[in-house]
Design a protein around this ligand. Structure first.
Ligand SMILES: C[S@@+](CC[C@H](N)C(=O)[O-])C[C@H]1O[C@@H](n2cnc3c(N)ncnc32)[C@H](O)[C@@H]1O
Length: 206
């Protein structure tokens, strides 16, 4: 998947010009994400800025592999301590490891090939401090049964709760799960929000 080409050619159906409604819902209900926050696959950075605006003392790091997306992210006025960095979730730089209090997931997990999900898990485990938290909006079923699935499948790739359990439970404790009341049009009832806490295990055990 050439993500930068998609941004360059304006083929960005995921780009809504606003932060994820379930994130805003979460922040209103539970308050800011305190400390250092990593947002993988941040795109234009709407979620990064929403977290930074709600959490003025927090450093929020948005990473992406698309230079075009990051260039666009930098055109927005700063709202807090947000920074954007070019990095792949599959080769997390040392400077981003064992550092974060939070990882916030939204439409990065569903964008990668399902056979790379274990590498996503490794990224989250290695980015977080012991007992750091993963707050994730998971896209359960992006396609209606009657939808025409694009040739070759997604993305976005859906995921079941059982698959999430099997992947994350060995390394994270589930703290909370909720069905968001708000969503981007078309995503209603298709997402779940999970709050998970990293167990005290080393990344080598992933
Ligand atoms: C579906 S888009 C979602 C972007 C953003 N989260 C949003 O909701 O607007 C997936 C994003 O993940 C980025 N991405 C894909 N593979 C990546 C990787 N290996 N490391 C970092 N970012 C990646 C893409 O460039 C793209 O910006």
């Amino acid at each position: 998947m050439n993500w930068d080409e998609l941004y360059q050619t304006g083929v960005t159906p995921w780009e809504k010009g606003a932060p994820a409604p379930p994130l805003i819902e979460w922040l209103r209900k539970h308050g800011p994400l305190e400390g250092e926050v990593l947002v993988p696959g941040c795109g234009y950075g709407h979620d990064v800025r929403a977290i930074a605006a709600a959490s003025p003392k927090s450093t929020v790091v948005g990473i992406d592999i698309s230079a075009t997306a990051l260039k666009e992210a930098l055109t927005y006025s700063s709202v807090g301590r947000e920074v954007f960095q070019s990095a792949s979730i599959f080769a997390l730089p040392q400077s981003l490891q064992n550092r974060f209090d939070w990882v916030f997931e939204h439409t990065c997990f569903c964008a990668i090939q399902p056979d790379r999900r274990h590498d996503y898990l490794k990224m989250a485990v290695s980015a977080l401090k012991p007992e750091g938290k993963l707050l994730a909006i998971f896209f359960l079923n992006p396609w209606d049964p009657e939808d025409e699935i694009p040739e070759g499948g997604g993305p976005p790739f859906g995921v079941t709760k059982e698959e999430i359990d099997n992947l994350f439970n060995p390394h994270f404790d589930l703290v909370d799960e909720l069905e968001p009341k708000t969503a981007f049009p078309g995503r209603e009832g298709r997402e779940i929000v999970r709050l998970m806490r990293k167990k005290r295990v080393g990344v080598s055990e992933c």
